[in-house]
Design a protein around this ligand. Structure first.
Ligand SMILES: Cc1ncc(COP(=O)(O)O)c(C=O)c1O
Length: 486
């Protein structure tokens, strides 16, 4: 840690002779705390730092600027779709409609909110091409689990013993994790050299034990799985189901629909596709959409509408798998998605996807002479470059480029994912970035590729922390201050 003013702890700024605050004399009678419980009383020697208010304010303001975010920097983190979150939707999500609602309020009193959620279910069904929606899951990963439990209940009901879930080797880690949590055996399918699912290999794996094939489309190389309908036929002919991981829906909104290309179930990541804030792992929302034969098994509650009385209800589907989380979903995040969809409308959503694809292709074309792009010259909303040749030439790695980008004022792309591309750098600019930003980013990478490898190896040079030991930070985090750490 470089010891700058911004990174010094308040304890380190503390000096005993510096008065922190000056208060006027008390002009009301003093009263003492109740005697009953000693823990109500503060110890007089509480070891608080003694820092004047201006320094405290500067300290926290400076700290708040140390992290990169979509609001402060270009953030092309592939697969994560760091989509700009319009501030207008933040304000709308705080309207009394939802902000003042209590989850235990009688449904009569929250008819407006239920109507919004009901309409959102309809919009998500339409975008997916799958008629039944649950807003319940709290994230994409929980959406996967929910859909797999729904499918398992359907198979059980039909007396079918299907125990296996297949997914490509390039699948996001949450796919096998969800399958295992749902009680399935995980079977991995090797990706072909072209970057697509190998149809023959898939046929050799699918059998009467196969419950579900999980596939991300566009896939994690940013390629549209053009054989998706044939893939779906293979599964359906064998009595299995197709799960579309909708994390990359931002590439195809309004162009094609999972339900139309053979998917039976899918999840959305509201933060990636409909501008929910990312919030460092939460709170999120991962609604799922499924075919009609799975609707009876969806988690409770779903929002229903009685057209005769024009009343909205929270209903439990007849064979529901039960609850996946509390109440009726992460409403604050769902509302941001609702407002985004309503703001853009069908045509706007399609334009957003078209621009995401255009921006990614522009960036690809500006970089593919300095970095290899092993899977082609065109992409969907993201692409995977490789720093392998640069590493062979001067020893600089994808991680070195990523770290050096911080010095240039850019968040790094995703590195070392997917695992089957050497020195992978997965870039996803998203639709809201301007030509000037894309050019500045491309120029920075081009310049970095020409830099002295020693400069890259020791980068970043301008951040308060250089290269933390990420493994120790994750496994043995130190979350409390102690004078022993100084
Ligand atoms: C392809 C893919 N699937 C699933 C997920 C899981 O989504 P969440 O982070 O909302 O649980 C992600 C998240 O990055 C992803 O990229």
């Amino acid at each position: 840690m470089r010891n700058t003013q911004a990174t010094r702890l308040l304890f380190e700024l503390s000096a005993s002779d510096r008065a922190t605050n000056v208060y006027p004399d008390c002009d009301v009678p003093e009263s003492s705390l109740p005697e009953l419980d000693p823990c109500w009383r503060r110890s007089s020697d509480l070891p608080l730092p003694d820092v004047p208010e201006p320094d405290v304010v500067r300290h926290f303001l400076n700290l708040s600027t140390l992290n990169m975010s979509v609001d402060s920097h270009f953030y092309p983190l592939g697969s994560c779709t760091m989509k700009y979150n319009p501030k207008r939707h933040e304000r709308l999500a705080r309207l009394p409609l939802a902000a003042n609602a209590h989850p235990y309020q009688p449904v009569d009193q929250i008819q407006g909110l239920l109507k919004v959620l009901f309409d959102l279910q309809g919009m998500l069904a339409e975008i997916a091409g799958l008629p039944s929606v649950s807003l319940h899951p709290a994230a994409g990963a929980q959406g996967e689990l929910t859909a797999l439990l729904t499918a398992a209940a359907w198979f059980r009901d039909r007396g079918e013993q299907r125990t296996r879930v297949i997914f490509p080797s390039s699948a996001h880690g949450t796919n096998p994790a969800s399958a295992a949590l749902a009680g399935f055996e995980c079977v991995q399918l090797k990706r072909s050299k072209t970057g697509f699912v190998d149809l023959e290999e898939l046929k050799s794996l699918v059998d009467e034990k196969t419950a579900v094939f999980m596939i991300t489309n566009p896939n994690t190389l940013g390629l549209f799985e053009h054989q998706i309908s044939e893939i779906a036929d293979v599964l359906h002919d064998a009595g299995g189901l197709v799960y579309i991981d909708g994390a990359n829906m931002n590439a195809i909104l309004g162009r094609t629909r999972p339900g139309d290309f053979g998917g039976d179930m899918m999840h959305y990541n509201v933060h990636k596709t409909f501008t929910g804030p990312h919030g460092a792992g939460g709170p999120g929302a991962g609604p799922i959409a499924v075919r009609d034969f799975l609707a009876d098994y969806l988690p409770a509650p779903v929002v229903t509408h009685d057209t005769t009385t024009d009343r909205y209800e929270l209903s439990t589907p007849p064979k529901s798998i039960g609850r996946m989380r509390s109440f009726f979903g992460n409403v604050g995040i769902l509302l941001r998605g609702y407002f985004y969809i309503r703001t853009l409308g069908g045509v706007g959503l399609r334009e957003a996807s078209d621009n995401a694809v255009l921006n990614a292709n522009y960036l690809l074309s500006r970089l593919n002479d300095v970095l290899d792009v092993p899977h082609g010259t065109r992409c969907m909303h993201e692409f995977v470059a490789s720093a392998k040749k640069l590493k062979e030439r001067n020893g600089a790695t994808a991680m070195d480029i990523a770290k050096r980008l911080l010095d240039y004022g850019f968040h790094a792309p995703t590195v070392y994912f997917p695992l089957d591309v050497d020195e992978a750098m997965m870039m996803e600019p998203t639709e809201t970035e301007s030509l000037a930003t894309l050019d500045a980013f491309a120029d920075a990478i081009r310049q970095i590729c020409d830099e002295d490898p020693d400069v890259l190896r020791n980068a970043p040079h301008t951040t308060p922390v250089c290269r933390p030991d990420e493994v120790s930070a994750a496994r043995k985090p130190v979350l409390c201050w102690s004078s022993d750490h100084c």
